[in-house]
Design a protein around this ligand. Sequence first.
Ligand code: FPP
Length: 243
Amino acid sequence: MAAEKKINQPGDNVPRHIAIILDGNGRWARRRGLPRTAGHAAGSENFRKIATYCKNIGVEYLTVYAFSTENWKRPEDEVKTIMRLLRRYLNEAIDTMERDKIRMKIFGDVAGLPQELQELVQKTDEISKHYEGFQANICLNYGGRDEIVHAARRYAEDYAAGKAQGRLSEEQFGGYLYSAGIPDPDLLIRPGGEQRISNFLLWQCAYAEFYFSDVLWPDFGTDELDKAIEAFRRRDRRYGNVK
Ligand code: FPP
């Protein structure tokens, strides 16, 4: 019997840029009688799997929302665990980025992160400059409104210094965002049952297709991602035009 065809393979019409809100780690853990932090550990493992899968099927950019500007309000031990997982993830990624030809970028207010994480971010930026190909963006200490205000401030500084010329265009403004130079997400996925954007990529998701799933993030495997991509393919993207 012929092997069943996987839905997505390189060369298939996959979204160029997928964005995911990592949600449901806490509930995943609670349902198993585990501490919430165990859910974050499972969530970070799942990110690894999904990022590898995205790269293998020809997605060019994967952007995930890992820690928002509001997440500092969580209990101290939970915040510490998330920071520890991120440190571990970035450390391991630095070792394998060259081998796997992966670029990585952190979107967010890096200055507000613990010192050790800031240094790791600098290293991943440095390594990424030498590669082309799949890019993972991790949003850390990130908020969509914060990003827009941050960009506006930087533009105002450039304008005052005579470095920004002409009438500000959308394209020019996009160059001040964390996502400068990266195409907008085609598909935004939110697992975990909620149907909201939670201050994620507010500017960039203007024309993204949204896909919501009740599956909790640690259980959102490659089969779930295939379903999301399949749903995306059935969408009719008009960008305000008519057909
Ligand atoms: C949301 O689930 C998840 C977070 C706020 C943290 C996500 C962080 C990681 C997965 C760790 C490291 C990430 C990477 C990319 C290596 P929740 O806690 O709000 O879940 P709940 O809604 O069920 O409570």
